[in-house]
Write a protein that binds this ligand. Structure first.
Ligand code: ARG
Length: 464
């Protein structure tokens, strides 16, 4: 082999030997960064157009590069592209193919640019798209939750604290709690997107360039708000990926909590919901089983998504300015997290859309477990003028009485109640019913059906 073919054609000028096979294996990123092909070619096209506009590249070369890059993109999209590990990464794979297609002009594309600003640009474009995708997926999920909330704005169910029956709430209210969570997630993806929307291209290797480039032109062409203002920071910043992963982790945590509720609610012991066949699986041995596998897998996704965030933090900590090859380890984590977040959001949306709440089981559960004890205490405060602490005590005595006789609060007789506190009147029974209980909770953000409907309307307007 001659010196030229043994060493890397892109950077091998000063090298006599080709890399060891192990070196190639640890160094190459093409196995995963080929997912950045479209962004890489978009970035190169913007760069070439700017170079031509600035007179750094002839318009003939620029045109050849433009055409050639489009050909490369169509080859990659058609699956007709032979990626080479010897060419390390997507940037050099694209450039080498461009050279094969258009010849010498391809070598002029890398003027006033480095793979350091190139990869930072490509990856930002990719993560930016993921923010948009997450927002769209979450909006669809919110719409599914709104449909559930609207249908069941006045269905009663037990509200829990410590997973013990606490007070009756409405089904719609419970659904709307998740609407708030996923709404905040959308806000986080929006915020991250807005902050990451600065263009690193033109920072070159780390110091900027002596060529008279126009960074505003490339930033605008690629849909960025502005060029990144410090070249050292531009090539070494991965905050955008970390912010995306942080937003994804919080979102995955919300999904996991909801998934856990669906697992519990769909059990034979609860029977609060029925999941559709489309989002359940059977058991190969127990014919009666219908398992909430999608919910369980969604519950688990937080592990790899938060794992990705911790992995990237660990890569980035302690890295001196500017670029270090460590940063190549950013992509697989983000790719994996984004793939699984997308799946989890879509699966949750499908499950919510399809699931049927078991209204009777919800209502029966809502009425059990002394769920209206607080309503009774509130009645004693309002109607009998007791201080709340005393009312709490009287109610506790009544709960004890009911519990000892295996009954619920509305099953006590008026006489039994009056034996505990003489001021109790027959109209106390009005507040012991679960529908009256939820209807009374009219405070803003409370569980009353009217409040739930108002929140559904607000969200519908927000999404419109
Ligand atoms: N594959 C590299 C990465 O993902 C591209 C940048 C390489 N830059 C360099 N100076 N070797 O980070």
């Amino acid at each position: 082999m001659t010196k030229d073919t043994a060493s890397n054609a892109m950077w091998g000028g000063r090298f006599a030997d080709a890399p060891d096979a192990i070196m190639e294996a640890i160094n190459a990123s093409i196995g995963f960064d080929k997912r950045l092909a479209r962004q890489d070619i978009e970035g190169s096209r913007a760069h070439a157009a700017m170079l031509a506009q600035q007179g750094i590249l002839s318009s003939r070369d620029a045109e050849a590069i433009r055409e050639g890059l489009l050909t490369v993109l169509s080859e990659i999209e058609a699956g007709d592209f032979a990626f080479s590990a010897a060419l390390e990464d997507i940037h050099m794979n694209v450039e080498a193919r461009l050279k094969a297609l258009i010849g010498e002009a391809a070598g002029r594309l890398h003027t006033a640019r480095s793979r350091n600003d190139q990869v930072a640009t490509d990856f930002r474009l990719w993560v930016r798209e993921q923010c948009d995708g997450a927002i769209a997926g979450l909006e669809a999920l919110i719409r599914a939750l709104l449909a559930q909330a609207e249908a069941g704005a006045d269905w009663v169910m037990p509200g829990f604290t410590h997973l013990q029956t606490a007070q009756p709430v409405t089904w719609g209210h419970h659904m709307m709690a998740y609407v708030e969570m996923f709404g905040r997630d959308i806000g986080r993806f929006r915020d991250a997107r807005a902050r990451m929307n600065e263009c690193p291209l033109g920072a070159a290797a780390l110091a900027g360039t002596g060529f008279p480039i126009d960074r505003d032109a490339t930033a605008t062409a690629l849909g960025f708000d502005r060029p990144a203002a410090n070249s050292l920071d531009a090539v070494s910043d991965r905050d955008f990926a970390l912010e995306y992963l942080a937003a994804a982790s919080i979102c995955a945590m919300h999904l996991s909590r909801f998934a856990e509720e669906l697992v519990i609610w769909s059990s034979a012991q609860f029977r609060f919901v029925q999941l559709s066949d489309r989002f359940s699986t059977g058991s190969s041995i127990m014919p009666q089983k219908k398992n909430p596998d999608a919910a369980e897998l969604i519950r688990a996704k937080i592990g790899r998504i938060t794992g990705a965030m911790v992995a990237l933090f660990t890569v980035m900590k302690g890295l001196p300015l500017a670029y270090s090859k460590d940063m190549q380890e950013d992509k697989e984590q983000v790719f994996d997290a984004a793939d699984h977040l997308g799946l989890a959001v879509a699966a949750m949306e499908g499950m919510v859309r399809d699931m049927t709440a078991n209204r009777d089981a919800l209502e029966a559960a809502a009425a059990s477990g002394f769920s209206t004890a607080t309503d009774l205490a509130d009645w004693l405060v309002r109607e009998a003028g007791l201080p709340f602490r005393d009312a709490h005590h009287v109610t506790g005595a009544l709960v004890k009485l009911a519990e000892e006789s295996g009954r619920d609060l509305p099953e006590l007789t008026l006489g039994e109640m009056q034996a505990v506190h003489g001021d109790i009147r027959a109209d106390v029974f009005d507040v012991l019913g679960v529908h009256n209980s939820v209807a009374s909770r009219q405070s803003y953000g409370g569980t009353a059906p009217d409040q739930v409907r108002a929140q559904v309307a607000r969200w519908k307007e927000k999404l419109a």
